[in-house]
Design a protein around this ligand. Structure first.
Ligand code: ADP
Ligand code: MG
Length: 302
């Protein structure tokens, strides 16, 4: 689901109850994916919005409306680094399409799309309008987190108190592991294995954005799927960012934003934002931690 493998870990209930809960949670994630994706054959309101006539307000389902409002808020909080209106640019680069791209698009085509993003997607009373045909929604930087949150909600509704919903390394964790914190490894962006781990319990989310997830090399240079809205090119300030937050929606969007901002501007922003902690692996492979992250982070016993 969601372009990745989703793993559910549930403990503290009989296997039969766990299986029923996991099936329901997986179904919920499938529903969310269908609701938000701009890829594939299935039609949905997001695709319809992306085809809508500029200047003509369109109503969106309540959940899409809510996630779009949240996306706009995070865009403002992150000084434009997280932009859920980069659909045209993402489609141009083609990282989420088949066949996977092998070369960057023409600079002229990229430049034509600069400045066309979520700021051109506005809410007018209860509807949404786009100001230009180039402004297209793409929830790729946040929908996976929302799907994880929804899945965890379904597990909770089924009486589950100890669980991990892990969508390809992006996860939400509740409860604990036999009375001890769950140990969540943070992957090294270039090598196999972890650079460290976080002991977490209660209800916390850990999401990583990395340049190693979807990328190609062209003329000796790496091009990956997280784009800097300012340049239209893959952001180049780090190799990965891991974010810790109370819910996976927030962690997902912030990991994308903090990847774009890098450890300079990003660190200042995180220190000024309660409820968000981050760890960067910089361009040169060094690790930068926010203060709250530093107090939790443990280096792997290699
Ligand atoms: P992944 O979901 O692959 O783990 P991210 O959460 O960082 O990684 O999301 C990357 C996806 O988000 C891209 O594939 C694209 O759809 C979208 N995206 C790319 N750049 C941005 C950006 N600056 N802001 C918001 N979404 C983005
Ligand atoms: Mg993200």
């Amino acid at each position: 689901m969601l372009g990745t493998i989703v793993n559910f870990t549930v403990s503290g209930v009989p296997e039969e109850q766990a299986l029923v809960a996991i099936r329901a949670a997986a179904e919920e994630m499938t529903r969310i994916e269908a609701l938000f994706t701009i890829y594939g054959e299935l039609d949905n309101s997001v695709k319809q919005f992306n085809q809508s006539k500029p200047g003509v307000p369109v109503s969106l389902p309540q959940e899409v409306d809510a996630l779009l409002l949240q996306s706009k808020r995070i865009r403002q909080q992150t000084h434009g680094a997280f932009d859920a209106g980069l659909g045209s640019l993402n489609l141009l680069w083609g990282f989420s399409q088949e066949p996977a791209p092998v070369a960057p698009p023409q600079a002229a085509q990229i430049n034509m799309l600069l400045g066309h993003g979520a700021k051109e997607i506005r809410r007018i009373s209860d509807k949404w309008v786009r100001d230009s045909a180039q402004a297209r929604l793409d929830f790729g930087g946040i929908a996976k987190g929302y799907a994880i949150d929804r899945a965890m909600e379904v597990l909770k509704q089924h009486g589950i108190a100890h669980a991990i919903v892990d969508a390809g390394g992006d996860m939400r964790v509740i409860g604990n592991h036999g009375g001890k914190p769950w140990k969540i490894g943070i992957r090294h962006p270039r090598k196999t294995g972890a650079i460290g781990y976080l002991p977490v319990q209660g209800d916390q989310s850990i999401v990583t954005s990395g340049d190693y997830e979807r990328f190609f090399e062209f003329e000796g240079k790496r091009y990956h799927h997280i784009l800097d809205p300012q340049t239209g090119y893959p952001a180049s300030r780090c190799m990965s960012v891991t974010v810790l937050a109370g819910d996976a929606t927030t962690a997902d969007a912030w990991s994308t934003a903090l990847f774009v901002l890098g450890p300079g501007e990003g660190l200042k922003l995180v220190e000024a934002t309660p409820g968000v902690e981050a760890l960067w692996v910089t361009n040169v492979g060094s690790v930068v931690l926010s203060s709250g992250m530093r107090s939790m982070y443990k280096i792997s016993p290699q």
